[in-house]
Write a protein that binds this ligand. Structure first.
Ligand SMILES: Cc1cc2nc3c(=O)[nH]c(=O)nc-3n(C[C@H](O)[C@H](O)[C@H](O)COP(=O)(O)OP(=O)(O)OC[C@H]3O[C@@H](n4cnc5c(N)ncnc54)[C@H](O)[C@@H]3O)c2cc1C
Length: 273
């Protein structure tokens, strides 16, 4: 949902033309369609712009011919609408200096292939896959903002900022549920004639989980308030939020596994709820 509504329709609402907003964003925001936002490639992850190989070549009729391979794309397997970020094939300009442009694609376009979902270690409800583009013909109306300067590096960076803040909301959900399950188990699991929650070692783990939950809640509220005031978070603040949120979620879920002890019991309880 975050990628479809937040990133894909968010990018179109921020930088698309009125016609593009009408055609694509409404259906994404009302969940009639699923969106994907594709920048990562097999050899371009952290160095998303520098190592990017996917290209848009001008076709001489105002449109573009698209080629490339994207990977780790959330909703890639099922997306109806894809924001495809690539490099403009500009003869005479050094590859690393070429413009970044974005095009809005529809599933089923000739030459566009969407892989099945990968098997992942976690986040099972969010499908992740690959996109393969081979001479996909895209008319000028698909170019984001109908301009080669419509949604390039700065547009994509502002989407990174939204994505980073969204990680705090995901982490908050993980932490809340881990804490609920841990509290429930600590109250009911008896060892040495006492609920394990009566032991200080377990109490300290639960206290640290609550501190993480409160911090994450505050970060999420701060993000909501900032956006409600019509402002964007800075890249530094959104990045700090993602770093803290991801680490807090890892620490809390690891401690939850310790409290619930046998991993098999943990898995069984997680699925049964
Ligand atoms: C579940 C999931 C969903 C995703 N969804 C999307 C999506 O919807 N759309 C999309 O475009 N992408 C998506 N991605 C891709 C994600 O953006 C990339 O995984 C991310 O950019 C990192 O790239 P990489 O995995 O290739 O790691 P790499 O860039 O290869 O990094 C490997 C390691 O090297 C480290 N490293 C890299 N550069 C440096 C450096 N300069 N100094 C020190 N250390 C460095 C990294 O921190 C990391 O530890 C998704 C990934 C996952 C796991």
């Amino acid at each position: 949902m975050g990628v479809s509504v937040g990133l894909t329709s968010g990018a179109i609402m921020a930088k698309g033309t009125l016609a593009q907003k009408k055609k694509y964003a409404g259906d994404l925001m009302t969940l009639k369609k699923i969106g994907a936002w594709a920048i990562t490639e097999p050899n371009s992850g952290s160095d998303a712009f520098g190592a990017m190989k996917s290209t848009a070549r001008r076709d001489g009729e105002g449109g573009y011919i698209l080629n490339g391979n994207k990977t780790f794309i959330t909703n890639g397997p099922h997306a109806d609408t894809i924001v495809f970020i690539c490099r403009l094939d500009e003869p005479g300009v050094e590859p690393r200096d070429r413009k970044i442009v974005s095009l809005i694609l529809d599933s089923g376009m000739p030459g566009l292939e969407q892989s099945p979902a990968f098997k992942k270690m976690g986040i099972g409800a969010s499908p992740t896959g690959e996109l393969f583009l081979s001479d996909v013909k895209a008319g000028p109306e698909r170019l984001m903002g109908e301009s080669e300067d419509g949604y390039g590096r700065s547009g994509a960076k502002s989407t990174f900022s939204t994505e980073r803040s969204g990680v705090a909301a995901m982490a908050l959900g993980l932490v809340e549920r881990s804490l609920e399950m841990s509290l429930d188990y600590a109250r009911t699991r008896v060892q040495f004639d006492q609920p394990i929650g009566s032991y200080q070692l377990i109490q300290l783990k639960l206290a640290k989980m609550e501190v993480a939950r409160l911090n994450l809640e505050n970060l999420v509220f701060r993000f909501i308030e900032t956006r409600a005031a019509g402002k964007d978070m800075s890249m530094a603040e959104a990045s700090a939020m993602k770093l803290y949120a991801a680490q807090a979620a890892m620490e809390v879920t690891t401690e939850a596994v310790q409290i619930l002890a046998a991993p098999a019991t943990c898995a069984q309880r997680a699925w049964s709820n």
